[in-house]
Design a protein around this ligand. Sequence first.
Ligand SMILES: [Fe+2]
Ligand SMILES: [Fe+2]
Length: 322
Amino acid sequence: MEETVDHDSLLALFRRLTLASAPLLMTSCTTTECGPVDIEGTVPLAQLQPDAGSRDDAGRFVGELSLPDGGLDDLCREAFPTEVIETCKLVTIDGEPTIVAVIKRGPGCAGRRPAGLAPAPGTEATGLGVWLAGAAHLEAASVDAFEILAGELTVHGAPSALVDAARAAADDERRHARLMGRLAVAAGSRPPAALVARRPPRDLEAVANENAVEGCVRETYAALVAWRQARAAEAPELRHVMGGIAADETRHAALSWAVDEWARERLSPARRRRVEAARRETIEQLGRELTVAEPTDVRALAGLPEATEAVQLAAALFARVA
Ligand SMILES: [Fe+2]
Ligand SMILES: [Fe+2]
């Protein structure tokens, strides 16, 4: 990324993209649009075990892999802590040992999820209440994500402005979780608790990596969609609530990019390249996930884009900011 992504530039971009976005398409829901989808996720082993094996002078991996006591299962859970994993293997890609997993994803998965978040119980039910309950679960998980980020930024000596902004974001997310939880209950669904296993502070690369994936990509896209929802949600209470949430999420997205800039300046070139690669891979992964849209009635009530528009919005957004 060459130019700074700050709050005002993001806000202007979100407004331009949501105003230009297509009107809702009232097509019927097909199986491929509405079901869960299998996607492939990859995490370089070096991201989890920087000291695994050894490297030759050219930086290529050589030697034996060291798996944790739990073997591949533990490694896969560590690589994809919040996902429902179908299959997982350790393979070599371009000379790098890489964990490759097939992950089961439902539609509309965007937001900031902390490492250690237990997946929400799955449901076959659909409807606005189910969507709101899922959103409330993700908002509650985001409280932990920002509290953890604030703690890890402190450990790594980040400026107090970033630490304070992360703490303020946790307060915002607490409010969002309450608001969405109330709407979910009113629509007949109770949000599952967000269960997050707290872990010791991680090294700066792991912090920067999670921030790039969950903040610069997922929460930034979620902020854009929140503006669309504030304009287009047919459920009036949700439309009203999304106005305030969109403004908060825009600050959170800007914070992600500020953390990204601060952290990457402090990483070695190799570590910085891995963070940038993770960001690029997540943008591609999000593009695949967005090909699965919510059912038509939920989309209309919640103001969510249909699949084609969602893919186009994400492409336009990340062509500009990533
Ligand atoms: Fe939020
Ligand atoms: Fe947020």
